[in-house]
Design a protein around this ligand. Structure first.
Ligand code: FES
Length: 491
């Protein structure tokens, strides 16, 4: 039978869910819970709707149901169905013309495959600068927002995710190479978390998702782009990973921030999984905690990625409060940095108490965008996990907070984060507030160094081989700290 998605004719089988069809045709629907019916993010509008399912009646308002809004994962296709959604049009793309390329300098390609976003860039091998790059939402979004959900859906769906991500990286790279017809050294360096790299290389990753969480590989891996079905003439080299949940993106982060100093750097990479590394020139301590996808906007009712229109900050003056959005576009949702700022603002004015209770059923931001009590709970879980791991790493290294020279906050929304507000809500130990700096996407920056600099490559290998990984389940007081750090205590 036939259905129409944004006017485009698509053939499908009876009894399929709309999400299954959208996945098969690589439409970038935002299926955070991967079809469990709980996230309510996979909304589409059906122009000729049938009766809603019970799950849809529970999840959507009467007005939404009447307007034809349905959940793609809960709606069965029917002959002649007409569905539409702006989100189904295309992945969001943003391009950055970074540094100037040295004239005719040879260049390498780099890619950072994040769970939420994918960045591809070109790095000048003389200046070691990224001179052009492009960022898109990860095309695997229809298979869930976090790595564990993606792993589960790899089991269910064979190699579909591998095809999606290799095609996406290939397409992004082709787009960049068209602008620079000569000088490419035919090497593509790839970083990403351990799961994303397994999926990219088409390596089974189910073992990462269940105890004892063993990866198939951690070492630097090579393959020809052609062997992965990519339409690019290049060899691929990945950066080494450290553990199942401390991936090559963290190796790249350490490479990009490395300094020959005895004093320590605390790197906090905020994503669906928060990875934290404490290191100086000789020692590396690392751990990760399931922070939940709050920082990626995924488990937040009006949450979204850091796209135009995402509320990304709060600006206060004596008489007014302005909720800032990316590109000053009309508000479409709240991204991670916005959630931190909004929570700090509500905490400061007493609208959130020390236990995290929001005093309103909803706090309206702009248009249909609002914050809800359960959003603050999600943020509490995330900030407590991050802060507790940071404290434990300091203990493991046997150092005090005064020996930390800088606290670097990285991640997809790293550039937007207000470090003062992050400290205020307790995302990290308060004594580090003055040392916090937002460093943006260190994974891409470190991968550029790895591509262009032999010393950086040696550092990456040294970090991967020598990092001491802190196991949160083994004989430490992570859970006691976690409970304590859930509170919003101001001293
Ligand atoms: S509710 Fe449909 S994917 Fe989550």
């Amino acid at each position: 039978m036939k259905i129409y998605i944004n006017g485009k004719e698509i053939y499908c089988a009876e009894h399929e869910s709309l999400l299954t069809v959208l996945r098969r045709h690589a439409h970038p629907v935002n299926a955070v819970c991967a079809g469990m019916g709980t996230c309510k993010k996979c909304r589409v509008r059906v122009l000729n709707p049938q009766f809603p399912t019970k799950a849809e009646r529970d999840a959507l308002s009467d007005a939404e149901i009447d307007a034809g809004v349905r959940l793609a994962c809960m709606t069965q296709v029917f002959d002649g169905m007409r569905a539409e959604s702006e989100e189904l049009e295309a992945v969001h793309t943003s391009a950055r013309q970074n540094a100037q390329r040295t004239q005719d300098a040879p260049f390498a390609a780099i890619a950072d495959i994040g769970t939420t976003t994918v960045a591809v860039g070109l790095v000048d091998l003389q200046s070691k600068e990224i001179f052009d790059s492009i960022v898109q939402n990860n095309a695997q979004a229809p298979y869930g927002a976090d790595v564990i959900t993606r792993i589960k859906n790899v089991e269910n769906d064979g190699s579909a995710q591998t095809r999606l991500i290799t095609a996406q990286v290939s397409g992004m790279l082709q787009g960049l190479l068209q602008k620079y017809p000569s000088g490419f050294n035919k090497l593509l360096y790839v970083s990403g978390n351990t799961t994303m790299l397994h999926i990219f290389f088409g390596v089974p990753c189910a073992s990462i998702g269940v105890a004892p969480y063993s990866p198939v590989f951690l070492e630097s891996r090579t393959a020809s782009a052609a062997s992965l079905g990519m339409n690019v003439d290049a060899s691929i080299i990945s950066l080494p990973c450290v553990a199942s949940f401390i991936g090559a993106d963290i190796t790249a982060g350490v490479v990009s921030l490395f300094s020959e100093s005895e004093r320590y750097t605390l790197l906090v990479d905020l994503g669906t999984n928060a990875e934290i590394v404490l290191f100086n020139k000789n020692k590396f301590f690392a751990s990760s905690a399931a922070a939940g996808p709050a920082f990626e906007g995924a488990n937040i009712r009006c949450g979204c990625a850091a796209v135009p229109g995402a509320v990304c900050g709060v600006k206060k003056s004596e008489n007014s409060v302005i909720f800032e959005t990316i590109d000053n576009a009309p508000a479409v949702g709240i991204c991670g940095s916005g959630l931190i700022d909004i929570a700090a603002f509500l905490l400061e004015q007493g609208s959130i108490d020390a236990t995290g209770q929001l005093r309103y059923d909803e706090y309206k931001i702009d248009g249909g965008v609002a914050v809800y009590p359960e959003d603050i709970r999600e943020l509490q879980l995330a900030k407590s996990a991050v802060c507790s791991v940071a404290e434990l790493l300091l203990d493991k290294a046997g150092i005090g907070e005064t020996e930390v020279e800088r606290l670097c906050l990285s991640g997809g929304f790293g550039h937007y984060i207000n470090a003062e507000n992050a400290a205020f809500i307790g995302l990290f130990p308060k004594s580090l507030a003055g040392k916090a700096v937002a460093v943006g996407n260190t994974s891409l920056a470190g991968t550029a160094l790895f591509a262009a600099d032999e010393t950086a490559r040696a550092r990456a290998q040294r970090f991967a081989a020598n990092a001491q990984v802190l196991d949160l389940s083994a004989g430490n007081d992570f859970y006691e700290r976690f409970v304590e750090n859930m509170l919003f205590l101001q001293d």
